[in-house]
Design a protein around this ligand. Sequence first.
Ligand code: T46
Length: 132
Amino acid sequence: MHYSDFVSRVDNRGKLVVVEFGRDGAVPFEVRRIYFIYGAGPGVSRGFHAHRNLEQLAFTVSGHCRVRLDDGRNSEDVWLNSPSSGLRIEKMVWHEMHDFSEDCVLMVLASDHYDESDYIRDYKEFQTLADC
Ligand code: T46
């Protein structure tokens, strides 16, 4: 499991989280796209795919959700619940997002532009390509 911790400035006015690209190593790739997922709410699940080449870093700006990561051999569930800690979603890792809180805003930094051909949305195909 790979997390990137962002610099967090805390004082009596609240918290300020800094994500600086290409400086502190917290984002281990060049960011070419940012997207947000929100309004998912309880009972909704998303994802269910792997990426052939895309590298991503996901964190919750607010709320929480559970992410299942599966490399074809092992799977692990982790909770995303902090704006100051990003979860690395590496290429060729099957991922699913579950248990969104109603206030969840999931922000994802991605290493490339949107390209549907980069998605593997069939689990059996993923397992074959992951050489399991
Ligand atoms: C991922 C997880 C964490 C676009 O047109 N542009 C975009 O940049 C993205 C991300 C999506 N879309 C379109 C494709 C679909 O028609 O938006 C629609 C919903 O996308 P999708 O069903 O793939 O959403 P999720 O939540 O299942 O997956 C998303 C990302 O697509 C994916 O790359 O890793 O979040």
